[in-house]
Design a binder for this molecule. Structure first.
Ligand code: G4P
Length: 556
């Protein structure tokens, strides 16, 4: 579990900044502001099996990026835990091309960021969420809100990321829609506002009434086509409604819509954009139903690239100076070519090929000859990119997750924290002749964000923390194949990692001495307490009111 997390960006900061943005925009070229305003950078997230891959695929069908259904499917890291490392690696490799899917739809440039469905790669998903401006959350109407959905939502709430909920699989007998809305509010801790409403479900599913457009979309199961059957009705009182769905369902729809309008009030885009209200859509992804309503409304209401916080100041996308941060690093599969691809989210200004940029952590200048953009399955070299875009940079070991690039200003983007791992193991070197390789390998793999590395004294013991078991298999395999180092892991019985700060230095020192078996440092040298159990963590928190225990590495 993520535990208690503090919001990274205050709710009304975006509203305040919007006024500022308008001022910045006034003296900018029209072309530049239009490029930014037409971008929508988002991720689709869900508990495994709710329909994320299917929905992604339908979006690509609408965007004209793929011609047939089934094309995205094989990119998924298999849901069944596999111990076939090559298979994992192969799938990781394939997923480079599809990690970001860019496409144009109705004049809007959409950047859809892929997130791994497998729960062992959850940390990867959390980091990807730092690079988006909004999220579509897919929920299975039969299963309702599932554990991974809750966790992902918690991460969205930290940054007040605007969320649209898509209730999928309406062709199945699921939960009553009103009950589902209550469940969403309760478990996800967010207000909801339906923007489409289902007419019956399962075998009797007739379609959805679009509350935003006030039009009726009738259901016709169809897995391959993207056409739809929309019946325009002048108002809900119209007899066309009775003709189309029968008196009984028509009356029920009228009643339910009245109830919704009464209970939920008018939809306000601002409350969605500030992460307070989540609009809800209903449909069936596999049958291509309710998807176009979702996509059409999404491009209209979803935010274009937003302001971002750095440790130094707020960065506005419309500023002249380029800035961006690395949120993901992907290793090359070929052991002969150790280069990696760093995924850079552009936050402000224009990024240009072959221009010198400033790497703030290393305080050095870097130039990129082959920056790539991602359009569905293809990667291609680009000359320029704008805020909201994701650019792939070939890296020979300069980047760590969270690194910032600018045109010279020293900025550090906030909001890319590490969360507490759930499994802890000690890394034991099994080939003393290869200690250097092991050291280099584990440093680089943890820079990529494969796992977290902590150091326990005395003896510089290395503790690896991950979200899932799969990572240990991947690390062991990659250390051997890419660095020629062999190792084994010894399980350590820790429950959670907490980063600690305190103004009361003697108290913090006493605590660290008392708990020295549980005190480690992370890669940045920050002090971390590895609690043995929930109970011991609670006791430590209660007994040490002057020490702050943080559940993410971002200590603000
Ligand atoms: P995920 O990425 O969130 O893990 O989910 P994915 O899209 O793979 O969907 C999980 C399963 O749910 C798939 O079935 C998919 O076909 C099915 N599904 C998706 N949308 C709908 C829907 O609207 N209605 C119904 N009834 N099923 C839906 P599968 O058997 O695992 O795979 P496949 O053999 O169908 O490809």
């Amino acid at each position: 579990m993520l535990g208690i997390i503090n919001p990274i960006m205050s709710e009304n900061l975006y509203s305040i900044m919007e006024e500022n943005t308008n001022a910045i925009k006034t003296n900018k070229s029209k072309g530049f502001t239009e490029e930014i305003e037409k971008r929508r950078t988002f991720a689709i997230i869900s508990h495994p099996d709710a329909g994320k891959t299917t929905l992604t695929e339908k979006f690509l069908l609408f965007g004209g990026q793929i011609q047939t259904a089934g094309a995205v499917k094989n990119n998924k890291i298999k849901k069944t835990a596999t111990s076939d490392f090559m298979e994992i690696e192969k799938q990781r490799g394939i997923s480079v091309a599809t990690s970001v899917m860019g496409f144009e739809y109705q004049g809007v440039k959409i950047n859809l960021l892929d997130t791994p469905g497998h729960k062992d790669f959850a940390e990867d998903t959390y980091r990807t969420l730092t690079a988006v401006d909004s999220v579509i959350l897919v929920v299975d109407c039969v299963k309702g809100v599932e554990p991974q959905t809750e966790r992902l939502m918690e991460v969205c709430r930290m940054r007040n990321t605007p969320v649209i909920v898509f209730v999928n699989k309406m062709d199945r007998e699921g939960k009553v829609p009103f009950d589902l809305l209550d469940e969403l509010e309760e478990k996800l801790n967010i207000k909801v506002r339906p923007l489409s409403w289902p007419i019956s479900m399962g075998m009797g599913f007739k379609g959805v009434y679009n509350l935003y457009e006030k039009s009726l979309n009738l259901f016709e199961a169809n897995k391959q086509k993207v056409e739809k059957n929309i019946v325009a009705i002048p108002s809900l009182d119209s007899s066309i409604l009775d003709d189309e769905i029968g008196n009984k369902l028509a009356d029920q729809l009228r009643e339910e819509v009245e109830l919704i309008e009464g209970v939920y009030g008018p939809f306000e885009n601002e409350s969605y954009k500030t992460g307070v209200v989540a609009p809800v859509f209903f449909g069936s992804a596999v049958n291509n139903f309710g998807i176009k309503e979702l996509l059409d409304t999404f491009i209209r209401i979803a935010p274009n690239p937003r302001v971002r916080e750095t440790e130094e100041r707020i960065v506005d996308p419309f500023e002249d100076g380029f800035s961006g941060f690395v949120f993901k690093i992907h290793a090359n599969l070929d052991p002969k070519h150790r280069d990696r691809i760093a995924f850079l989210r552009i936050c402000s200004g224009k990024f240009e090929r072959n221009k010198n940029y400033y790497h703030t952590r290393l305080a050095k200048s870097l130039k990129f000859y082959n920056p790539t953009s991602f359009m569905a399955q293809d990667k291609s070299v680009i000359d320029e990119a704008f805020p909201g875009d994701i650019v792939g940079l070939y890296d020979t070991g300069n980047f760590k997750i969270g690194d910032t690039l600018t045109e010279g200003e020293k900025l550090n983007f906030k909001g890319i924290p590490s969360f507490s791992p759930e499994i802890f193991k000690e890394l034991v070197n099994t080939d003393p002749m290869k200690s250097k390789q092991l050291e280099k390998g584990i440093q680089q793999l943890t820079d990529e964000g494969v796992a977290q590395l902590f150091t326990l004294q005395p003896g510089n013991r290395k503790i690896i923390g991950t979200v899932g078991e799969l990572q240990f298999e991947v690390i062991q395999f990659r250390l051997l194949h890419e660095y020629g180092a062999s190792c084994r892991f010894e399980h350590m019985n820790f429950f959670k990692a907490c980063w600690m700060t305190s103004d009361d230095k003697p108290k913090l020192r006493d605590f660290c001495e008392l708990k020295n078996r549980n005190i480690v440092t992370d890669k940045e040298g920050q002090i971390v307490y590895l609690a043995d159990s929930e109970w011991s963590l609670n006791v430590a928190i209660q007994n040490n009111p002057t020490i702050k225990f943080h559940f993410t590495s971002e200590l603000k």
